[in-house]
Design a protein around this ligand. Structure first.
Ligand SMILES: [Zn+2]
Length: 626
């Protein structure tokens, strides 16, 4: 064991040369992000540590024990990353498996590693010459919308969680977008607060700037960026904008500068966005340690020396910086910083003391919060909402005439927003009609049906009183189709779904008006409230309605109100401008009454709720020209 270690050291020293001596050999060096656990999983699905035994040189990856020691690593956050392609329970299981790797590493290499659960552990383990090992979760999808999962991951040793990876969670936006929540939802805020309660660091690498700002606003403890650079030097979505950097002094947070070439160098970022053909024609830019130091300089200028750390992302990257390409190379960066005039105290902060200080603060906050309250029992959004529907969406509702009176029609809604209606009998419009609605509304309806347990409902409900069938609904999404036959006495949940389909499709106006909408339209016409009229007509309220013993039409009501727009809309929606009441008077007569009233009592031409003075002249013109 000792011999093989000596051999490894020899190999490493010849690889890195004698120049790579740390300027401050005793200062603790803590790295925020190393993906060895994922590298192991990629090499061996069984995740046998012997497959990539890091007590021996492992030149195919960036990490092994000899190089960790040569690099002077004193504390390492091991990432238990799982890709966002894993969602729900699969993400939880895979995260547990990755955490298990770290625990097995501790067991396999007890002389080298020890699990650190507190900032104090890190110092104690480091003082004994071992590498303090911390667990960092990379992506909120790992907790599957459950604060209980979050707490159990903390118990297993996780000490930071990146709020998202490259996809939004149902509660936080990722840097990779799209903008969905504008930062954090209320549940997202609860996740941050629960992390504060636990003493788990909130990691904002990978999240959108809005999520960064929201988390910093909500968090009572310092946040970290476990592996990100400064956006001012390279406009990459994974980097931290200056306005966020400016929030760090107050929050106490730390940006752990990463060695990912595409995040460090704007030239590399541009090259990465070229097509394969263009890349073949242009040489790949060479990124250097000096550019990494430039990010440190910048963060120092904007946020200050207390807010900088190191988060290499070794073994999580496909490109590398030649002089900073494995865990033995940290001294190269330290030497560059010393050359730039960073004092010993500054170097100690950057290399590890800052993140330890942030962690200690988070522990203090946790202690205080746990004295104040218990764990949160808030429920997260259901997992179904996170998995976007794959494949075509189609939703249909088919109603048959019940007892010879209910409207008999079929509506089908496609994922692209196309609605097809077939009216049979007892409906306002018979025959086929097609229209379009917002495709986002279709997707939302489909996932709402899925969340309501539509796929788990019984195929057919048997009525207790009568076997007269009333409705069929069906949902196709993510390659599944379910069709349910509902009788009069079906479950309330299904009834809700049925009326939701009617509502979202906009079928109501073809089927039958809602009595309540008609009443509301009647009042809106009397008030001359054109905006309310627009909404009610869209909902299917009847513009042709005539009421009372006098036989007054809704158009007459609007004409008397003095709002021309209301009159015009009702006529467009089928209201008859020429209709006469029992007394033989029509809408135009009411406009003439209004003109006379305003002539005699000019003060009555007050500006109405509609924001306009009464417009009887205009209405008369409208009615007589129709
Ligand atoms: Zn990452």
């Amino acid at each position: 064991m000792v011999r093989s270690l000596c051999f490894s050291f020899g190999v490493v020293l010849s690889m890195i040369g004698l120049a790579a001596q740390r300027p401050l050999p005793k200062a603790i060096l803590i790295d925020g992000h190393n993906d060895y656990p994922w590298a192991l999983r990629e090499h061996d699905p069984a995740r046998d540590l012997d497959t990539l035994d890091i007590s021996k040189p492992q030149p195919s990856i960036m990490t092994d024990i000899a190089r960790l020691k040569a690099g002077g690593v004193g504390g390492q956050f091991w990432s238990v990353y799982v890709p966002v392609e894993l969602q729900g329970q699969s993400a939880v299981t895979a995260t547990l498996e990755q955490i298990d790797i770290v625990h097995r590493m501790m067991r396999k290499y007890p002389g080298t590693f020890e699990l650190a659960l507190t900032a104090e552990d890190v110092e104690r383990i480091h003082a004994r010459g071992k590498i303090a090992s911390m667990i960092g979760m990379e992506g909120g999808h790992s907790i599957d919308n459950s604060l209980a999962n979050l707490r159990m991951f903390f118990r297993l040793g996780a000490r930071y969680m990146t709020l998202t990876h490259t996809a939004n969670t149902p509660w936080a936006d990722s840097a990779n977008g799209p903008v969905e929540h504008h930062g954090l939802t209320p549940f997202g805020e609860a996740v941050v607060k629960e992390m504060n309660w636990l003493g788990m660091l909130v990691d904002l690498s990978h999240v959108s700037p809005e999520t960064m700002a929201a988390a910093i606003r909500v968090s009572e403890a310092p946040v970290i960026f476990s592996h990100s650079d400064a956006r001012a030097l390279n406009d990459h979505i994974r980097n931290v904008p200056d306005d966020i950097l400016k929030m760090l002094p107050e929050n106490g947070g730390v940006v752990m500068v990463t060695f990912v070439p595409g995040f460090v160098s704007a030239k590399m970022n541009a090259w990465n966005s070229l097509s394969k053909d263009e890349q073949a024609r242009q040489p790949m830019p060479k990124v250097t340690v000096r550019e990494v130091a430039d990010h440190i300089d910048h963060i120092k200028t904007i946020a200050g020396i207390d807010h900088i750390g190191i988060g290499s992302d070794f073994d999580g990257i496909t490109q590398q910086i030649p002089d900073l390409n494995d865990v033995s190379k940290y001294p190269v960066l330290e030497t560059e910083l010393a050359r730039r005039g960073y004092k010993d105290a500054d170097l100690r902060k950057i290399m590890g003391e800052n993140v330890l200080r942030a962690w200690r603060q988070a522990e203090q906050v946790s202690k205080r919060l746990q004295a104040e309250r218990g764990p949160s029992t808030m429920l997260g959004p259901k997992q179904a909402a996170t998995t976007p529907a794959a494949g075509p969406i189609e939703i249909t509702i088919e109603r048959t005439a019940c007892f010879g009176v209910c409207p008999d029609y079929k509506v089908s809604i496609k994922g692209d927003g196309t609605v097809t209606y077939e009216g049979h009998q007892f409906v306002r419009v018979t025959g086929t009609r097609t229209w379009r609605i917002d495709p986002a509304a279709v997707a939302a309806l489909a996932s709402e049906m899925q969340q309501a347990g539509y796929f788990d409902l019984q195929d057919e409900y048997v009525a207790r009183v009568t076997d007269n069938p009333t409705t069929w609904t069906s949902l196709t999404m993510s390659g599944r189709t379910k069709r349910i036959k509902d009788y009069v006495a079906g479950p309330p949940k299904l009834k809700e779904i049925e009326s939701k389909i009617d509502q979202v499709s906009g079928v109501k106006q073809y089927v039958s008006p809602d009595r309540k909408d008609d009443d509301a339209l009647w009042s809106a016409a009397a008030d001359g409230d054109a905006r309310a009229i627009t909404a009610l007509l869209a909902a299917g309220a009847d513009a042709k309605q005539v009421r009372g013993e006098d036989g007054v039409s809704v158009v007459m009501q609007a004409a008397a109100s003095g709002d021309a727009e209301s009159v015009r809309m009702l006529i467009d929606a089928g209201g008859d401008p020429a209709l006469r009441d029992r007394g033989g008077r029509n809408a135009a007569d009411r406009a003439r009454d209004g003109i006379e009233m305003v002539r005699v009592h000019p003060e009555r031409n007050l500006v109405q709720a509609t924001g306009r003075p009464r417009q009887y002249e205009l209405i008369l013109k409208l009615l007589t020209e129709e």
